[in-house]
Write a protein of this length. Structure first.
Lengths: 292, 362
């Protein structure tokens, strides 16, 4: 400890991880009630080329006058030029963001946190399981894997939604179904409303799809993101079907103020979600008390 | 290293005032003063007010490095360019006890370690000279358990050890040496007698703690994990007011909240950070209304869990320095030492041998 201090004392300036970069909204897409996808470009053009991240990482977005929010990136680093964030209008700051228009400027810093282990996944099958808004960070992984398709064996995408109205990326997910290098199965909890009758895919719980996945569990990496309550059931079902705990990764959400392990809010057990996560191996759902 | 005898010096106590006066040329002077019955670290103008005869201050000295209310940036919502407004001030903090030096060492680890050191903390830390002083424990001190009764391994510039009529000065850094050199006339070379006295008082410190007042910290991480669902948490938390005094007075607690505060006309926004507490209900509240620490018991337990299980994972040492502030100031009279003892007692009767008796008779 003393050593790291003494080393830093000899450096004149350090990179400021708290300082946001100026970004401009390039595009806004309405996805579902209270859900929008925002595309950002850096005002400093060079950053649009150099700024990079990995699927699963998040950024801290400064909504002018309202404050900062941690949002995971839903675009893939294989498609440079814009940074895309899917945001649910759920609180004070996201509400202000949802009123904003193309051309408006904001602040953005990051990327922070670890990522889905895309390098480890190379040469193996990839099973992606998304529930609801959990599709956002996994969209990044889906496109990453598809853009580097030759590096991975079979790829599966399971997506579960509560109702038809809240299906995210409808067109995109529809198009994915027609590709033959990814197997997609979508499922809706329970057809209830009139609108739900437009649903042409499966009906039921997402866990019911796991036994149908035709992959060798020992040769498969699994990425899961959804409401935390689902992790317990999805995790148990995966284990039951022979998937290995060390190869299943879940993404977590917590309150965050800083994104760099200084504010303390995102404690989960003895770890910090921002620096030790947000991607955790399934083992941590058992290991860290009150994680899910 | 910092305890080199080659560089050590002696300062007669009557020279202390002049020494403190001399420190002012190195920046603002911060030292403990007494107001009514309590002690505070305060900026010093009149050095005769400095009172080294204290056990603990209400707030730890972290407030001079990591201010409780501070500004991170200022920005105009139109331009979205972030301007740093913080200007570090040169300062000398005098009269730090060993526990507080360890507290600062822990904050150093949290704020400076890893990929993203905090530049503002670093700037403040660079401008701060730390001068420690030896102390004697009272009934709330348990630094001997947490391994923080001596300043070993922490970063400081000078350390004063009381040896009766004078202080034995250890020099811990080049800056410390510079200070001593600039005030050379106040110091003496160490004599054989000084050295004997120094070794004696340092060695004797551990006998000043009363067994009943200090907890057994050995394998405390394990004990807390084993007793995670213990009823003791409920019992202790029942008395807690969630006031946050324990975390506000803690020299190692660092959690803060950040808010953007616009000016009345909205032309300038300040990003303000202020210290918060894991004991406050809204600490873990996220948009959408989910509370990650949903009740008092969980928040209460979280403090212990983070101090004794979390910190060891994050910075490889406990987040508790045994200063006793939390139990001394707690308006509900909750004592961390008692909680730890109860937890250990709950599943662990090793001392009495009862645990193994039960196994044999089972």
């Amino acid at each position: 400890m003393k050593k790291s201090l003494e080393k830093l004392l000899t450096i004149s300036t350090v990179h400021d991880p708290f300082k946001p970069q100026k970004v401009r909204i390039a595009d806004i897409e309405y996805l579902a009630p209270d859900h929008k996808r925002f595309s950002f470009v850096f005002v400093d053009e060079e950053l649009n080329e150099t700024w990079s991240f990995k699927p699963g990482q998040f950024v801290m977005l400064t909504v002018p006058k309202a404050g900062e929010i941690p949002i995971s990136i839903c675009s893939s680093p294989t498609r440079k030029g814009t940074v895309e964030l899917t945001v649910r209008n759920v609180g004070r700051k996201t509400n202000v963001l949802h009123q904003m228009k193309c051309g408006d400027v904001l602040g953005l810093r990051g990327p922070y946190g670890n990522s889905f282990p895309v390098d480890l996944m190379e040469g193996h099958n990839v099973l992606i399981i998304a529930g609801g808004l959990g599709m956002a960070p996994l969209r990044s992984l889906v496109w990453y894997v598809l853009d580097k398709r030759e590096k991975y064996k079979k790829v599966y995408l399971l997506y579960g939604t509560r109702n038809y109205e809240s299906v995210l990326y409808k067109d995109e997910l529809g198009r994915l179904k027609s590709r033959n290098d990814i197997k997609c199965i979508y499922i809706l909890d329970k057809v209830g409303t009139e609108e739900d009758k437009n649903w042409t895919d499966r009906e039921g719980l997402i866990t019911s799809l796991i036994p149908e996945v035709d992959l060798d569990p020992a040769d498969t990496y699994v990425a899961v993101c959804g409401p935390p309550v689902a992790y317990k059931f999805i995790g148990a079902e995966l284990i039951k079907n022979g998937y290995q705990e060390s190869k299943v990764f879940v993404s977590l959400e917590r309150k965050m103020e800083c994104g760099v392990g200084k504010c303390g809010h995102c404690q989960v057990g003895y770890k910090f979600t921002c620096v030790d996560g947000p991607i955790f191996p399934l083992w941590d759902t058992k290991n860290l008390p009150k994680m899910i | 290293m910092e305890f080199q005898l080659e560089t050590a010096k002696i300062i007669p106590k009557e020279n202390l005032g002049e020494f403190l006066e001399g420190l002012k040329s190195f920046g603002r002077l911060v030292a403990p003063v007494k107001k009514k019955e309590k002690f505070y670290f305060s900026e010093i103008d009149d050095v005769s007010k400095v009172d080294t005869d204290y056990i603990r201050t209400i707030l730890p000295p972290k407030k001079f490095i990591l201010e409780y209310l501070r500004e991170r940036f200022e920005y105009s919502p139109e331009k979205m360019e972030f301007l740093e407004t913080f200007k570090p001030q040169s300062q000398v903090v005098f009269g730090l006890h060993s526990c507080d030096l360890h507290g600062i060492a822990i904050l150093d680890a949290v704020y400076l370690k890893g990929e993203n050191p905090d530049p503002r903390y670093l700037a403040a830390r660079k401008e701060t000279v730390l001068i420690g002083i030896s102390c004697a424990p009272d009934e709330d001190c348990f630094c001997i358990s947490t391994g923080t009764a001596f300043p070993d391994g922490t970063s400081w510039d000078l350390f004063f050890t009381d040896i009766g009529d004078s202080y034995f000065i250890s020099i811990g850094s080049a800056k410390g040496d510079e200070i001593v050199h600039s005030l050379e006339q106040l110091f003496k070379e160490i004599s054989k007698r000084d050295l004997v006295l120094y070794k004696k008082v340092t060695a004797e410190k551990k006998y000043m703690f009363k067994d009943g007042n200090i907890p057994d910290i050995e394998r405390i991480s394990q004990v807390i994990e084993l007793e995670f669902d213990s009823e003791i948490w409920d019992e202790e938390a029942k008395r807690c007011f969630s006031c946050g005094t324990c975390t506000n007075t803690c020299p190692t607690c660092f959690c803060y909240t950040s808010v953007d505060v616009p000016s009345l006309d909205g032309s300038v926004v300040k990003r303000v950070e202020f210290i918060t507490s894991c004991q406050y209900p809204y600490y873990s509240l996220v948009a959408g209304g989910h509370w990650f620490h949903e009740n008092l018991k969980e928040r209460f337990r979280n403090r212990y869990y983070h101090k004794y299980v979390g910190y060891p994972y994050q910075i490889e040492r406990f987040g508790c320095v045994g200063c006793g502030r939390c139990q001394h100031e707690c308006p509900a009279g909750i004592r961390i030492v008692d909680t730890l003892k109860k937890l250990r007692g709950a599943g662990d009767e090793e001392k009495s041998g009862k645990a193994t008796d039960n196994i044999h008779s089972a």
